[in-house]
Ligand binder design. Structure first.
Ligand code: ADP
Ligand code: MG
Length: 241
């Protein structure tokens, strides 16, 4: 059974069809890159999969279970993790507290807070994995840009997602931060299914086992990285940038 299955998904914004009938399947443990020019519909696709946006047509299945139109908190509890381009962390809370909150939320305790936060082993492990253990006691708002991105990833990982969506996790990062977070993403647990939107074509092709190319809300090519690199439609799109 696929980790993720998207069937004929359309999403309109007024008269604009941001997704014009997208279908794709992602296997368990697969590394999938989604590439395409600005405005192609990549973020909209992730938002539809995550339950943040309803598709105007089509269906989404997570591990065989239909999640079309299911609210994002529930989709998250069904195993879908994601990072956000604008940080989702509370800047006045400590780094570890943000991760602990994410952990509690995944266990269905958000909204009915049951007790003090605690830095349990899951929280420690997530911080360790992203390289933020040393910064656990710092207010999230005081982190550097790159560290905030690491925190975002820790908040997603602590929820033990089966499928993780990363929308441009390297955007806006400096050289050293890029390197660090790029390596962190390449080293994620191979059992986890990861879908990545990334503007850097070389990185996307290095990361992915398969690549989906979106253009004007449609899948115009899909395949292994080398085939995608050679694809004339892909070259046309990327040369045009
Ligand atoms: P990408 O992530 O590939 O750059 P998006 O999915 O963000 O593209 O956007 C696809 C298209 O949908 C763009 O034309 C964008 O302007 C439009 N769009 C995205 N979100 C909205 C929205 N909330 N309201 C109106 N138009 C939107
Ligand atoms: Mg986008």
């Amino acid at each position: 059974m696929e980790a993720l299955r998207v069937e004929g998904v359309e999403r309109a914004f007024g008269g604009l069809l941001a997704l014009a009938g997208v279908s794709l399947q992602v296997a368990p443990g697969e590394r999938r890159a989604v590439i395409g020019p600005n405005g192609a519909g990549k973020s909209t696709l992730f938002k539809v999969v995550a339950g943040e946006l309803r598709p105007t047509r089509g269906r989404v299945y997570l591990r065989g279970r239909e999640v079309t139109g299911v609210p994002q908190e529930r989709v998250a509890r069904l195993g879908l993790g994601r990072t956000f381009q604008r940080s989702n962390a509370f800047p006045e809370l400590l780094v570890w507290e943000n991760v602990a909150l994410a952990y509690q939320a995944a266990r269905g305790r958000s909204g009915h807070f049951t007790g003090p936060l605690s830095p349990g082993p899951e929280v420690e492990a997530a911080l360790e994995q992203v390289g933020l253990s040393e910064r656990a006691g710092v207010e999230a708002g005081r982190l550097s840009h790159g560290e905030k991105r690491q925190l975002e990833i820790a908040m997603a990982l602590v929820q033990s997602p089966q499928v993780l969506l990363l929308d441009e996790p390297l955007a806006g990062l400096s050289g050293a931060e890029r390197e660090r977070i790029g390596e962190l993403i390449l080293g994620l647990d191979p059992r986890m299914t990861v879908m990545l939107v990334e503007h850097d074509l070389e990185y996307a092709l290095r990361f992915a086992q398969r690549v989906t190319v979106l253009h004007y809300g449609e899948v115009v090519a899909e395949g292994e990285p080398e085939a995608i690199r050679q694809d004339p439609r892909v070259q046309e799109i990327y040369v045009g940038q």
